[in-house]
Design a binder for this molecule. Sequence first.
Ligand code: NAP
Ligand code: ZN
Ligand code: ZN
Length: 351
Amino acid sequence: MNHTIVKAFGTESAEADLKQLQIKRRTVLEKDVEIDILYCGVCHSDLHFARNDWGMTQYPVVPGHEIVGKVTQIGSDVSKHKIGDIVAVGCLVDSCRTCQNCKDDLEQYCPEWVGTYGGYDNHLDTNTHGGYSETIVVDESFVLSVPKNLNLAGIAPVLCAGITTWSPLRHWNVGKDSKVAVIGLGGLGHMAIKLAVALGANVTLFSRSTNKIEDAKALGAHEVIISTEESHMQKVMGKFDVIIDTVPYEHDLNPYIGTLSTNGTLVVVGYLGPLDPMVMTVPLIMGRKSVAGSLIGGIAETQELLDFCGKHNITSDVEVINMQEINTAYERMLKSDVKYRFVIDMKSLKS
Ligand code: NAP
Ligand code: ZN
Ligand code: ZN
């Protein structure tokens, strides 16, 4: 037999709640690592995917791409990890390994990258299934090492929320005294603040809500701008070198473009889809400004981030839940009622 059957949580349609399912995990191949999943973060992308918000979901879906666990088995050719190691898996479990992006450690832009869920497992001829499950089997090249000093539930969100904000911060050379703004204080937003602050930047949060001001400051933000208040927005016109936009739904970029400095870049990471209203080009042209996008990060860059978090003692602020609470957690996430990431304790699925 080329697989084992394990328990998971997922859904068979966009309308249905998540429920317990059984899925196949491939038998460990030469380069594979089998991981007993301890914690899995709950990303807004999990919700988008389960509910087919992006129109490309194939069912059944088992979400989860912020995975931390313990190695329980390794293949005969594995050298990076050993049984008992605490390891992590993020949004990618494979790529072609030969294209220019793969050679440049940008596997996330490989045309053949395999997502941790919703990808294609050519060994089992099925969809890949994510971390809302008891175990996962992944090629060692896509398995990361976890620093020993960090809380394991708190490190899980680094695998997506962390790397998705770290990668643009690094690409746009954020460092000491850079002026960075983050739009939206959720899972990605709170990691963006922590990481930009740790890089030495001066950090501003744009939020719709006055009740997140104290939290944002506690996370290290130097200033909070309420984006719905015109007078607040005026205060920061022309200020930011980089803006990380984590808003998950259609929204107007134009007011934020006004707050970029000359040569500044607004990086969209949250919303996939057409913008309405459209972006006005005049403010871009008049200040050599850019609107850009960015997708998660490569494997080497994710390891760099995990090591950085180990060194700076950075983890996510999490609310640990049981697997059976996932549907309520999705509803709460839609209302921004989470501080600031749900993480599932996978013991609850096993018992
Ligand atoms: P989240 O925890 O739900 O946070 C999103 C935040 O955006 C909210 O806390 C809220 O902050 C703000 N917001 C929500 N709805 C809004 C609206 N209609 N208008 C304006 N602001 C709104 O979500 P997340 O897990 O951080 O994910 C954010 C987005 O990034 C999702 O769409 C996810 O799919 C995407 N994502 C992209 C990548 C990538 O590689 N590019 C990776 C991971 C996730 P305030 O209350 O402070 O305004
Ligand atoms: Zn994610
Ligand atoms: Zn490739």
